[in-house]
Every structure is written in C-alpha cells, then in structure tokens.
Design a protein around this ligand. Structure first.
Ligand SMILES: Cc1ncc(COP(=O)(O)O)c(C=O)c1O
Length: 385
C-alpha cells in the first residue's frame, strides 16, 4: 500500500485540498519540467527539429502504457475534451431518426457536439435520466442506460465516473450492448483515467478523450485522446501541417502532402509540440505509472472510507460503494445542513471541495491524509443544527 505522497507537492499545511476533480496540483517534478520548458523558449537556437516530435512521441507512449494501448500512434494530442469529442462527432454518420445516447448531466464538452450532430441529422439525443432513488441508484441508472441503446443508436457517449458524484458506468456491459447494435462507444475519461484503472484492451472504446489537468496531473490546456481503427480514415476538424506525412522535413513543407501520418495522428491539434505542457504532462504520467493507478484508487478508498461512513451517519446521501468511484465522491446534503453555511465553514477551515449538481464533491489523491478529512468532518459538524 502506498503512503501519503504530500512531500512531492507544494501544498502548505493549512490547505486541505480535496478537489483534484476541479484541477490537480502540480508535483514538484511536473513544476520543474514546466520551468525548464518555459526557459527553453528563451534560447530558441537550442530548440531543434527533433524537439518538435520526440517529446510528443514519448508522451504518447506514456499515455498508451497508462491505458494499455499497444500502438502509441493511436494517441492524439488535444487541447481540450471538446476538441477531442468534436473530431469524433464529425466522423460519425447519422441519419434521420437515429439516436445518440448520453447520461444525465454529462459534462458540456461531451454534450454540445452531440446536440449539434443530432440537430443537423434530424436525429434524437437520448438522455438517460439519473433515477431519483436513495438506494440502488447507480445500479438502476446503469440498467436504464442499457435499455436506452437500440438498433437506431449511432453512439453512446459516457464518462467512466460521473463528474458530479462519481457514479460508475459499467462500460463492459455498455460495450457489449453497443456491439449488438453496431453503435460506437465514446468515453470522456477526464474524471477517471489516472485515478481509476482503465484498460482499452478490455473496454474497447471507439474513442477515449481526457483533459490533462485533473487526474493526469499535467498543465491546463493539453489533453490526450485515443482513437480506434473506426476513425482511421476520418476528417480532422482542422488541417495542420505537423500531422501530415514528412512534416519533419522543414525545408520542404510547401511540397503539400496528401497523406496524414498514420492512425490517430490526424486528430492531433496544431502546435502540438507544446514545449512547456508536453514535458509537464510526461513527467506527470511517469509519476502515475510509477505509483500505479490501482494503488492510487486503493489509497483514497482506505483513507476516505471511515469519514464517508461518518457522513452517512449524519444523513448525507452517498452512492453505494459498488456503483461509485473512491477518488471522486458526490455526497448529497441532509436537510439539517445549509449549503451556504457549509461552503463558508469549509473555506474557513482551509478545506477545498467542489459543489456540483446539488452535491458536495470530494476528490482526494495521494497527497491527502487523515488530517484533511478530519478538517472536513469538523467543518461539517460545525454547521449541523
Ligand atoms: C468530465 C469532464 N470532461 C471534460 C472537462 C473539461 O473539458 P474541456 O477540456 O473541454 O474544457 C471537465 C472539466 O471539469 C470534466 O469534468
């Protein structure tokens, strides 16, 4: 079992940061990689042509390892989830009366592209509502999700862990249902990959898109995506020079190339060399691989467990353990607790959490320890009437 890794971060003792699902802090090694990257631009004569390509390849390989993909050319560098999802939506054919299946309160970057596609195709956006239940909510939600997929479904777009409360979607069962009807499975892994194990070989998504600044622990503005063979001949949402064949030959770039580099390279953003953010994200992924994602999940599980039980005793509604993640847990407040007062009490005690979709979202990581949860509990107790 891993021990607390706070010493690798610059988090002051008075801060209890239980908010990685908002944005991760940077580890000192990621911070250093960023500073080194920043200073390189001061001396552009030292930046060579291979520097545009090799660090990106390294980053792709690290991410491929993290999600168990053999061919790193299936990984694309994206600036945001919205961008990665737009590439998917552009390359799915949808006819009148067909549908896209989403779950309730999905993050907007995994919603608007589908809304547009459906509007343009006279199709249907099928949103599977979150059941209004106290017990077995996650289970019933997953059942209705499977029921919503039919032979008119073009794609199912989902998170692994829901961003507001950590509800887990059973992606293997969804994949099986998608296979039955020929639908694509598109995953926004932003709130799970890096903290909750995800294996592409096992789940076989058609695409997986992740922002890099939360559980992948990199800088803001650079994310990663995986695209399966389904998208190999697709059209990217922009045409940039660096993803075309032979782009390493800077002297010959106006010998315009008809072909893209292989596999998912065509979906990489322009200026993907990102001399600051690429080494930062690589340093972060190296650290995640060293820790092991399953170990991160196990650490936050055993750390948070007793405190979540205590919160349940106070009347908070918490998803059953088998249907939620441990790194991101949304707890719904009992009536005896006033939201505004709780927000004030947490801030005053140096406790950082988020409030999303009516729930308090607690998202711990390896830099958290018992003191952080004790402070949270003390803040809660101070506002119970
Ligand atoms: C589930 C999820 N997806 C994506 C994002 C970020 O999207 P984008 O990279 O398009 O800004 C967030 C940010 O909170 C998120 O929670």
């Amino acid at each position: 079992m891993l021990i607390c890794q706070k010493h690798l971060f610059s988090i002051p003792d008075h801060v209890s940061y239980l908010n990685c699902s908002y944005m991760s802090p940077l580890s000192k090694s990621v911070e250093q990689a960023g500073v080194t990257g920043l200073l390189r631009k001061a001396k552009p004569w030292e930046i060579t042509i291979p520097d545009f390509f090799e660090p990106v390849q390294n980053l792709k390989q690290l991410f491929a390892r993290l999600i168990n993909v053999q061919d790193a050319q299936r990984i694309a560098i994206v600036p945001s989830v919205s961008y990665g999802i737009a590439s998917v939506a552009k390359n799915l054919k949808m006819g009148k009366g067909q549908n896209i299946v989403l779950v309730d309160e999905i993050f907007p970057s995994n919603f608007y592209s589908w809304q547009r596609l459906v509007a343009e195709s006279e199709g249907e956006l099928r949103i599977v509502k979150r059941p209004n239940l106290v017990s077995k909510r996650g289970m019933v939600w997953n059942e209705s999700l499977l029921e919503a997929i039919d032979n008119q479904t073009v794609a199912v777009a989902l998170p692994h862990a829901h961003w507001t409360d950590g509800t887990i979607f059973d992606l293997k069962s969804v994949r099986a249902k998608c296979n039955e009807v020929g639908a694509a499975l598109i995953i926004d892994g932003t709130q799970s990959v890096g903290a909750l194990p995800f294996d592409v070989a096992e789940i076989q998504p058609d695409a997986l898109v992740c922002a890099g600044y939360k559980w992948l622990m990199g800088a803001y503005g650079l994310g990663l995506a995986y695209y399966s063979e389904r998208f190999d001949n697709g059209i990217p949402i922009e045409e940039n020079w660096i993803v075309r064949a032979a782009s390493e030959n800077f002297e010959n770039l106006t010998n315009y190339q008809p072909n893209y580099k292989p596999s998912a390279n065509r979906y990489c953003m322009g200026e993907n060399s990102q001399f600051i953010a690429v080494p930062m994200l690589s340093a972060a992924l190296e650290q995640l691989l060293e820790w092991g994602v399953a170990n991160i999940q196990a650490y936050v599980e055993q750390l948070s467990e007793p405190y979540l039980e205590e919160m349940a005793d106070f009347g908070f509604t918490i998803e059953e353990k088998s249907w939620r993640s441990n790194h991101l847990v949304g707890v719904r407040l009992p009536e005896k607790i006033n939201l505004t007062e709780l927000k004030k009490a947490t801030v005053e005690s140096g406790v950082f959490v988020s409030y999303r979709g009516g729930a308090m979202r607690i998202s711990p990581h390896l830099y958290n320890d018992h003191l952080d949860f004790q402070r949270l509990l003390a803040a809660i107790k101070s506002v119970i009437k």
